[in-house]
Design a protein around this ligand. Structure first.
Ligand code: BG6
Length: 519
């Protein structure tokens, strides 16, 4: 398919407003579960990048909290993680200065006395660095520790210091079904006011996800056709080539619907489907997202399908490699019933979307890593260039599709039909108008955590999940999870690693005369 590229001119790039950056007040970031992968691979590199671009306050400290007695090793390990994460020179003096701000406090999360020690340590670090009372508690632990930590912070008076702001960031998964999410909300809100709570979904930190709102609401051309009158169907795909990567015990309890669909995919859906908010204030944006989820009727069980990968071949930069099936992965039950793929059809019963099917799919060990949203438009009412023959080698005339590539190859494309240059016929072939982030702006987007960490320090909740939202999305998926738990799948494994998922997912769309997009 032919493609036209779009590029932002250097003059326009240089006009991007400078001086509007918001820098948080002096803060200590306390990361619980700091010895885990997330801290080293994502959080610390994101914080260092914020430091590099001057978005961190000068008086700032990071305190890692975990069980292991790591001492200074922690800061060294984090430094190595920052270097591994990108084009950072190991001898960068800024990195030396940043490493000095990294501290470690060993503690068992269930040891109430440990919190007294932690509080004293934070006060000491604050005093030595002129930080004052601002604290950002980041819960990056396994979910079973969330309430214990929150309640201990409360009972040790760390939820409301006398001077300063205290915010709590809580990683996903936020609950594992509707009841547990409600219970967690209840216990979190017994300690922290909702304005202090930041339920993180790293997808909302991705530039391409925020750009969905810019694409829709900063341009006049798309919104008039962004509705049931013009749109035939919407597909959201979150496909990964990775397997469970050593997270067997976690994934066994989660599965694809809990791990990715209930949160990341539903966040994408809300941005695609919401009405224009009255402003870009947190409460207005969140209100519009809630309305989308409220308008989704319960999903019939027949509209949800699941799969589990068997052994197969995955292709990556290093070539083809044989990979084991899910049941052969480390610390996974050899008879596991956990789904590594889930696909769902749902509808949104409101004036904008009634009758438009939304197809969502997410899975591990699929053929390609691809997260994208595709909006397929209806065909014109009268096809002048008739289907048989005149479209020539390009087959049937294709509908217009807007594709938002969340990752990789971040960008947006519009597919439309163009006349093939030939004097003999009116042949129509699909061509692409393509916007590519890296080509247009000369850089690829950040890892998502930068924006979210900054917003959490600044107290901006716009890009965080809120209490009612997580309950609404769990309410939609809990009946499916219960039905699946009650009826063991007979056919698992039902797709080969490196394929596009199980046949039942194709059947789901075929019933409506649709097909999954070929990625
Ligand atoms: C996490 C899931 O939330 O998101 C992982 O727990 C998944 O299983 C990951 O791999 C995907 O994130 P990204 O940013 O790589 O698409």
């Amino acid at each position: 398919m032919a493609t036209v590229q779009m590029k932002v001119s250097p003059e326009n790039l240089s006009k991007v407003s400078k001086g509007n950056e918001r820098i948080p007040e002096p803060t200590i970031i306390v990361i619980f579960g700091a010895s885990g992968d997330l801290t080293k691979r994502k959080l610390l590199p994101a914080l260092f990048h914020l430091e590099q671009v001057g978005l961190l306050p000068r008086e700032f400290a990071i305190v890692g909290v975990a069980r292991r007695p790591l001492g200074d090793e922690f800061a060294k390990d984090m430094r190595a993680g920052i270097v591994e994460s990108g084009d950072i020179d190991e001898s960068d003096p800024q990195l030396d200065g940043f490493t000095k701000k990294i501290h470690y406090f060993p503690m068992n999360f269930d040891d109430a006395n440990g919190y007294d020690g932690l509080k004293a340590e934070l006060d000491k670090i604050a005093k030595a660095n002129g930080i004052g009372g601002n604290r950002l508690f980041y819960l990056a632990t396994a979910p079973e520790y969330f309430t214990e930590i929150i309640e201990n912070l409360g009972s040790h008076g760390m939820n409301k210091p006398d001077q300063g702001e205290v915010h709590a960031v809580i990683e996903k998964p936020f609950g594992h079904d509707l009841d547990s999410a409600r219970e967690l909300n209840h216990r979190v809100n017994a300690v922290f006011d909702e304005s202090q709570v930041f339920r993180i979904d790293h997808y909302l930190g991705k530039e391409t996800v925020q750009n969905i709102l810019v694409f829709r609401f900063a341009n006049g051309i798309f919104e008039p056709v962004w509705n049931r009158n013009y749109i035939e169907q919407v597909q959201i795909t979150a496909a990964e080539t990775l397997g469970v990567e050593g997270r067997g015990p976690f994934y066994e309890k989660a599965g694809a619907l809990r791990d990715v669909v209930q949160n990341h995919v539903m966040e994408l859906l809300s941005f695609v489907a919401m009405e224009p908010p009255v402003s870009f204030e947190s409460s207005s944006v969140r209100q519009e997202k809630l309305k989308v989820w409220q308008a989704i009727p319960s999903i019939p069980i027949l509209n949800a399908v699941r799969g589990q990968y068997g052994p197969g071949k995955i292709s990556d930069k290093s070539g083809d490699k044989d990979v084991p099936g899910y049941r052969q992965e480390d610390r996974v039950d050899p008879n596991s019933q956990t789904e590594t793929y889930a696909a769902v059809k749902l509808e949104i019963d409101n004036w904008r979307w009634a009758g438009v099917p939304f197809y969502l799919r997410a899975g591990k060990r699929l053929k390609k890593r691809y997260t994208e949203i595709s909006i397929e438009f209806k065909q014109p009412p009268l096809l002048l260039f008739n289907r048989a023959g005149s479209s020539g080698d390009c087959g049937e005339i294709q509908p217009n599709v807007i594709t938002m590539r969340i990752q990789p190859n971040e960008g947006i494309s519009l597919t439309f039909g163009a006349k093939v240059p030939t004097t003999q016929s009116m042949s129509v072939c699909p061509v692409n108008m393509d916007f590519d982030y890296a080509a247009a702006f000369g850089k690829s987007s950040a890892n998502g955590y930068e924006r979210l960490l900054l917003d959490a320090m600044l107290g901006d909740q716009t890009l965080f999940a809120e209490r009612d939202g997580v309950e609404l999305t769990w309410a939609l998926y809990t009946p499916i999870l219960e039905a699946w738990a009650a009826k063991k799948p007979q056919t698992f494994p039902n797709y080969a690693a490196g394929s596009w998922g199980p046949d039942c997912a194709d059947e789901l769309l075929k019933k409506d005369g649709h097909l999954w997009r070929k990625l």
